[in-house]
Every structure is written in structure tokens, then in C-alpha cells.
Design a binder for this molecule. Structure first.
Ligand SMILES: [Zn+2]
Ligand SMILES: [Zn+2]
Length: 430
């Protein structure tokens, strides 16, 4: 194996940030044919008796059927039960909503261990159900498409609003390289987009640390930076769609998921680029955009990086302190319409900018400019990385008008209660 993946199991140790990061992962396997190790992994993890496997139509065919056969042959015996729930994929794709969660809960019988066989959505549903029921779960990813496999956050669309709920991370992950390599390349390219989004996510985290003193952990940040370095080191292999390269994309995605698990939230992996993606997914400024999560994140990362560099290129003395008058409630109500109340109460109360001033932001301006120079590629550089690796890189690529960018930049910060430079920029003007 080209990556020392088992070392990830030892991250649960005292950290230089002064915290001990919880890591629940007890078994991790990424190799060709790994699926066949599922029965022995389940047995080694404990005395589980009632296993429920969750997949969707596509992922059942890609890996679920095979996983089920292995479990029936080598794990199932008297006193144990195995149930397979394969969710049907509606037109427009399966979503992690209160409806799909309800379907799973209603259908499932006795259960003390869940197995998620699928990509991001199946994992979000499983993670949410596992948390609700207080049972463990095992992750079996079928595509290197998102970084959520090891994370402890369930990204749900709850009554039409994108929400992140704290949820259980898996106790084991089994990634079969043959399965990942057989997935459509668009899914791997989406994983590339999700990973390149770490540039802006990490930048936002450090910005907030500099401006507000928000907790930051450089060990966790270095995991994300390792993920990016591993990806860029095999750029050409990814670009040539070499099946072996999918292992590197997956490795990066696992590091990123682990980073979230260690901190207990998505801060290390999600900043303004994810807020833009979430706003698109909410269908309030555009409808039914079919782009994959990582496609939107990659495109947004390039746009955000470009705007950040332009903003920080302005000398502090040319920026005036805009007198911030609080949340633009009318505008939020207009844009988010029926979702406005939930957006306002769940993500904007209290206003993340409360207590912050333009002076506080501008007093750190030089430091932020230096940080951008040191750690944040330009928008053009991110576009080049994305397109070199066969990933979508512009709004046009994901069937959106380039004209939408101004609205996305203006409204995306309100999607999440998390400080980013995109949100902080509302304190200053030219
Ligand atoms: Zn730490
Ligand atoms: Zn993501």
C-alpha cells in the first residue's frame, strides 16, 4: 500500500493544541479485494448479532450485493440476523432527508450494527440513524467522491434546509480499491473538488483564529495539508484516470474525514466554498442543480480564492469601515423565502459578526495578506488544478450562469453560523 493508512488509527493521542482528539476508528482497510474481509472485520470488532446493511440501488449493485453474500457465507449463523435495506434512487438522486431517514427507521428490524455501503448520501443517512439508535456503524465507501466517510457530522437536508448534525463516526472503514476504481470517473473528480476546497476551508479557519482567537489545531490542519499534498503529487495519474490514483484521492478524503472527527465538527474541511455549495443545494437561487457535492465545492473554491486575493490585495487604508447594521433580514427573507426563518434562527442567531468590528479585522490585514500569499492558491491556480484532474472548474461547467456569483458571494455566508473571510468582508468596503 502506498500510503501508511494504518497510522491513522493512532491519532488518538495528546496533541500540541492541548486537546486529546477523540478517534473512534478501530479498523481501517484500503486495498484491492477488501470487501471480502468484511465478515472477519465485523467478528473482530465485537459480539454483534443483528446487522443491517444500508445501500441504494446503484451501490447495492456495485458492492452491496457482494458484501451481503460474503456476510451470509462467513458471518451469518444461528442467533444472528442480517437485513439489507436498499433505498431506491428517485429521479434527481437520493438525498439525506427526514423522509429517507424515516423510511430506513421504519423498515429496519433488530439492529446492533449498521453497515453503510455507498457514497456520501448513504453514509449521511446511516450515520444519522446510527446516532439516533445508539448503535455502531461500519463504512464501506463505493466511490472516492466526498470526504465525509470518517467524519462525525451528518450533512442532511432537513425540511428543505441544509443542516449539519453532530453524529457518530464509523468504528471501521473498509475501502475496496476495485470497487472505487470501477465507480464513474465523475465521482472521483468530485472527490478531487471536495479536496481542493480545503485550501479555502483551512484559510477561513486560520483567518477566524487570527481575527477572533477561535480555537485552531495545527496538527489537524497538517492532516488536511498532507491530503492536498498527496493529491497534487499524483496529479498526472489522476488526470490519466489511472485506477491506482483513486487510492490517493480516497486517502486524501479519509485524512480529511479524520480531521473532522478529531475536532468534532467540520471546521477543518468546510469554509466559505462549502457555504456556496450549500446555498446552491438549497434550491433558493437556482433549482435542481444536478452537480455533485464536490463539483460545486471545487468550483466555489476557485471563485472564493479569487475574490479573497482581490480583497486582500487592497491596502487596509483604502478600505473604509462599513458601519455594519446587523443581519440584512429583508434580503435574507427575500432570497431564502420559506426557508428564511430556519436560516435566521438555526444559523444566524446570534449573528456571528456580533461584537466584531472593521477595525478589529483591519488591524490584522497584513497578517491575513501574508497568510493568503503563503497558503492560498489563486483562483486561476485552483481552476488549473481542477481541470488538469478532469474535474469541473467553473459555474458554466456545472450548468449555472456566471452571473450568479455576485449573489452567491453575498448570500452564502448566511447559510452557516461559521466565521469566514466571506462573512467578515461584510464589515469593510472600498
Ligand atoms: Zn490538536
Ligand atoms: Zn465536502
Amino acid at each position: 500500500m502506498s500510503h501508511n493508512i494504518r497510522s491513522l488509527l493512532t491519532m488518538n493521542r495528546p496533541c500540541s493544541c492541548g486537546k486529546r482528539h477523540p478517534v473512534s476508528l478501530r479498523a481501517l482497510m484500503m486495498e484491492s479485494g477488501a470487501l471480502s474481509k468484511l465478515p472477519e472485520t465485523v467478528s473482530a470488532l465485537g459480539e454483534y448479532k443483528h446487522l443491517v446493511m444500508i445501500s441504494d440501488d446503484n451501490t447495492y449493485a456495485a458492492a452491496g450485493k457482494c458484501a451481503e453474500a460474503f456476510l451470509r457465507e462467513e458471518w451469518l449463523c444461528d442467533g444472528r440476523s442480517l437485513q439489507s435495506i436498499s433505498l431506491s434512487t428517485p429521479e434527481g438522486g437520493l438525498h439525506a432527508t427526514e423522509v429517507t431517514v424515516g423510511e430506513v427507521m421504519e423498515e429496519m428490524g433488530d439492529c446492533d450494527l449498521l453497515v453503510a455501503v455507498g457514497a456520501g448520501t448513504v453514509h449521511d443517512i446511516t450515520r444519522y440513524v446510527a446516532t439516533q439508535m445508539g448503535v455502531d456503524f461500519i463504512s464501506v465507501p463505493t466511490a472516492a467522491s466526498v470526504d465525509g466517510f470518517l467524519s462525525s457530522i451528518a450533512a442532511m437536508t432537513w425540511h428543505g434546509v441544509k443542516r449539519s448534525f453532530p453524529a457518530k463516526p464509523p468504528i471501521a472503514l473498509i475501502a475496496d480499491i476495485d470497487v472505487l476504481a470501477a465507480a464513474p470517473y465523475a465521482l472521483t473528480a468530485s472527490g478531487v473538488g471536495d479536496l481542493l476546497g480545503k485550501y479555502t476551508a483551512l484559510f477561513d479557519w486560520r483567518v477566524s483564529h487570527i481575527v477572533t482567537g477561535e480555537y485552531v489545531c495545527e496538527t489537524v490542519i497538517s492532516l488536511e495539508e498532507d491530503a492536498l499534498a498527496a493529491l497534487l503529487a499524483c496529479k498526472d495519474a489522476v488526470a490519466s484516470k489511472d485506477p491506482a490514483a483513486v487510492e490517493t484521492v480516497m486517502y486524501g478524503l479519509l485524512l480529511s474525514g479524520l480531521a473532522m472527527q478529531m475536532v468534532g465538527n467540520s471546521r477543518p474541511a468546510s469554509g466559505s466554498e462549502h457555504h456556496v455549495s450549500h446555498l446552491i443545494e438549497m434550491d433558493v437561487i437556482t433549482e435542481d442543480n444536478p452537480a455533485l457535492h464536490g463539483e460545486k465545492v471545487g468550483v466555489a473554491a476557485a471563485l472564493v480564492a479569487d475574490r479573497y486575493h482581490k480583497l486582500l490585495a487592497l491596502p487596509a487604508q483604502t478600505l473604509h469601515s462599513r458601519s455594519y447594521e446587523g443581519l440584512p433580514i429583508d434580503r435574507i427573507q427575500t432570497v431564502f423565502a420559506s426557508r428564511a426563518d430556519e436560516v435566521l434562527t438555526a444559523e444566524n442567531t446570534p449573528d456571528p459578526l456580533e461584537g466584531l468590528t472593521a477595525e478589529a479585522l483591519l488591524s490584522h490585514w497584513e497578517e491575513l495578506r501574508a497568510l493568503a500569499k503563503r497558503t492560498l492558491p489563486t483562483g486561476q491556480e485552483i481552476i488549473a488544478m481542477l481541470s488538469d484532474m478532469g474535474a469541473k472548474s467553473t459555474l458554466t461547467d456545472i450548468d449555472l450562469s456566471e452571473d450568479l456569483w455576485d449573489t452567491l458571494w453575498e448570500m452564502s455566508p448566511f447559510v452557516r453560523r461559521r466565521l469566514t473571510l466571506m462573512r467578515l468582508s461584510k464589515l469593510v468596503g472600498e
